[in-house]
Design a protein around this ligand. Structure first.
Ligand code: PLP
Length: 281
C-alpha cells in the first residue's frame, strides 16, 4: 500500500502513519461519506458530479456541507505529490469527525481524507454472483455513498468464493438492485433495462452517464423494477462503475452470457466516445 498517497485534514501523511483520532465517528460507527473518482492522465473524471453526490450523501447523513475548497486542496495535493497518475483511483472521505463512543455525534468538526493511487485497468469482462442478503431500499442510508460498507465487504467475499468479481444484491421486494460497488444493466427482448433508483441502488455516476449517452446514441433505455430472476434469462448484462466504465458480464452464478453482446457493445462505444469528448460532463 506504500504507493497510496494520503492527505488528512490539510497535510500529506504516510499511508501507514496514524492520522485519525481513535474516536473518529468514521471509525467507530462508519459515519461518513465518500466518493471514488477515476484518474486519467493526472486528472479526475466527472469531478463536478462527484462533488454534487458528496453533498447529497452528507445531507442524507445530516452532516454539514463539505468545505469544497478543502476537498479541492486535498485533491490537488495528492495528484501533484508524485509522478502523474495515468490511470488510477482518487477517493475523498469526509467523516463526522471525533465523537463520543456510540451513535451521538461530536462537535469538533469533520475529518477530511483524500487518497490517490495508480490502479490496474478494468478487466474486459467479468463474472458476478448473486448473494443471499438484501439491500434495504427503505433504510436510512439507502442510495447514500456512506462509509458504512461492511455489508459490501461480506457480499464481495461471498461472490469471490463463488468465482465472481462482483456481488449482486436484490432488495427486500425481490427486485434486482446493484453490486457492492457498481450498478447493473440487463438486456431483455432486445431492450436495455436497469433498476430504478427507488430499488435502493446508489445513483451511480457511470449509470447516469451510460443512460444519458446511450439514449443520445439512439439506444432505448428503460429504468424499471426488474425481478431478481431476470438474471436467469437476460441475454446480456453489464456493470457500470467509476473504475469499470461499462463492463460486460460473461457469467451470472455460472450461467454464461455473450460478452459483450450487441447492445452492450453499442453502449460501450457511446460511452467511450462521449467521455473522450467531455471530461467533466
Ligand atoms: C453501492 C454502489 N453502487 C454503485 C456504484 C457505482 O457508482 P459510480 O458509477 O458513481 O462509481 C458504487 C460505486 O462505488 C457503489 O459503491
Amino acid at each position: 500500500m506504500s504507493d497510496v498517497r494520503v492527505w488528512v485534514n490539510g497535510s500529506m501523511v504516510g499511508p501507514d502513519e496514524p492520522s485519525l483520532a481513535a474516536l473518529d465517528h468514521g471509525v467507530t460507527v462508519g459515519d461518513g461519506a465518500f466518493e471514488t473518482c477515476k484518474i486519467v492522465d493526472g486528472e479526475i473524471f466527472a469531478a463536478n458530479r462527484h462533488l454534487a453526490r458528496m453533498d447529497r450523501t452528507l445531507a442524507g447523513l445530516g452532516l454539514a456541507t463539505a468545505d469544497r475548497d478543502l476537498v479541492q486542496q486535498g485533491v490537488d495535493t495528492v495528484l501533484a505529490a508524485g509522478e502523474r497518475i495515468g490511470f488510477g483511483r482518487l477517493r475523498y472521505t469526509i467523516t463526522g469527525g471525533p465523537g463520543p463512543l456510540g451513535s451521538d455525534r461530536g462537535d469538533r468538526g469533520m475529518t477530511y481524507i483524500v487518497t490517490a493511487a495508480q490502479a490496474a485497468p478494468p478487466a474486459s469482462t467479468t463474472a458476478v454472483a448473486t448473494v443471499p442478503w438484501t439491500r434495504n431500499e427503505r433504510g436510512a442510508t439507502a442510495g447514500l455513498k456512506t462509509t458504512s460498507y461492511a455489508e459490501n465487504v461480506i457480499a464481495l467475499a461471498h461472490a469471490k468464493d463463488k468465482g465472481g468479481t462482483e456481488a449482486i444484491f436484490g432488495n427486500t421486494r425481490g427486485e434486482l438492485c446493484e453490486g457492492t460497488g457498481s450498478n447493473i444493466f440487463v438486456v431483455v427482448d432486445g431492450v436495455l433495462r436497469t433498476p430504478l433508483l427507488d430499488s435502493g441502488c446508489l445513483a451511480g455516476i457511470t449509470r447516469e452517464l451510460a443512460i444519458e449517452w446511450a439514449r443520445g446514441a439512439g439506444i432505448e433505455v428503460r429504468e424499471e423494477a426488474l425481478p431478481m430472476t431476470v438474471l436467469e434469462t437476460a441475454d446480456e448484462a453489464f456493470l457500470t462503475s467509476t473504475t469499470r466504465d461499462v463492463q460486460p458480464i460473461h457469467a451470472v452464478d455460472g450461467r454464461e452470457l455473450r460478452a459483450p453482446g450487441p447492445v452492450t457493445m453499442r453502449v460501450q462505444e457511446a460511452f467511450a466516445k462521449a467521455s473522450a469528448a467531455s471530461f467533466n460532463p
